[in-house]
Design a protein around this ligand. Structure first.
Ligand SMILES: [Fe+2]
Length: 282
């Protein structure tokens, strides 16, 4: 029997909202209208899904344009919604991290301790680097992360990162598709003996992997999957649900195919076990 729900999270994969700079507003009106209708619908469904925290796993914009950042962060503001965001590499292509954080009014990395759950939001993105889109965590942040983990031995730990940990979820051994500080991150994660979940985006495929006491949960890009995750942290289990947005598959494909710096991935939904999972405590 399912015990008490402690916390519910609503998770958004790579969002890639695009200002469509490459298009002409007077000639390509259809793509602009389609984009507006699509994102309004997705944002509305995301924010009206009940949860304690609504979290974007980065690449909330397609190219880090000021107009893109302003639109998404303004749209994610809603009464009674705790919206939190981690920086993705695409968000930093045209804006510095400082500018992004000012827009969203957040710190670069921080944690929240609530109801015996430690939520850790990390910055795995290089500063405005269009040549290398790999994940990286600077030394100061790694030290901070280690302290956060050591001080939370008894708690459930949830980490939110744009990039995956190496050799965990789909594609996370490929160049630029994992956090480069492999040994250091593994050593830090192994310090935790209780239950832990590492949430990420970046590789645009749904994927769930279990490694000892850690679950690694990657969420696909919204334009590919048209869904978000709802994760229940219960006293005696973790229950990962998958909420699909109806009737938008054709329009999301049309938007994705008409954007620069984005490639549609047909296999992003993954297998059933990449979308839903119930894991009992050890
Ligand atoms: Fe992305």
């Amino acid at each position: 029997m399912k015990r008490r729900l402690v916390m519910r999270l609503v998770l958004l994969g790579d969002f890639h909202y695009s200002a469509l700079e490459e298009k002409d507003k007077s000639k390509d009106i259809e793509i602009f209208n389609t984009r507006d209708n699509y994102y309004e619908k997705v944002i509305s469904e995301f924010l009206t899904t009940e949860g304690d925290y609504h979290i974007s796993l980065g690449d909330i914009t397609n190219f880090g344009e000021k107009e893109e950042l302003k639109y998404v962060f303004k749209s994610m503001k809603k009464d009674n919604v705790n919206f939190i965001y981690v920086i993705g590499n695409h968000d930093s292509y045209n804006s510095s991290k400082k500018e992004i954080l000012r827009e969203v009014n957040q710190k670069r990395y921080f944690s929240i301790l609530e109801e015996g759950i430690k939520l850790i939001f990390i910055d795995s993105t290089l500063e405005s680097n269009r040549e290398c889109w790999a994940g990286s965590i600077d030394e100061d942040q790694l030290k901070w992360l280690e302290n956060e983990i050591i001080s939370s031995k008894e708690e459930t730990i949830l980490i939110f990162s744009h990039h995956p940990a190496y050799n965990t979820t789909a594609l996370s051994t490929k160049e630029n598709l994992y956090i480069k500080e492999i040994d250091e991150l593994n050593r830090i994660l192994e310090l935790h003996k209780g239950r832990g979940v590492f949430f990420c985006g970046h590789n645009h495929l749904n994927s769930i992997i279990k490694r000892e006491n850690w679950l690694f949960v990657q969420t696909g890009a919204i334009l590919d999957i048209n869904a978000f995750r709802v994760v229940d942290i219960n006293e005696d289990n973790i229950d990962i649900h998958y909420k699909e947005i109806e009737d938008v598959n054709n329009i999301s494909k049309f938007i994705g195919e008409n954007m620069n710096y984005f490639m549609i991935k047909e296999d992003a939904r993954g297998r059933e076990e990449d979308r839903v999972l119930l894991v009992s405590n050890l």
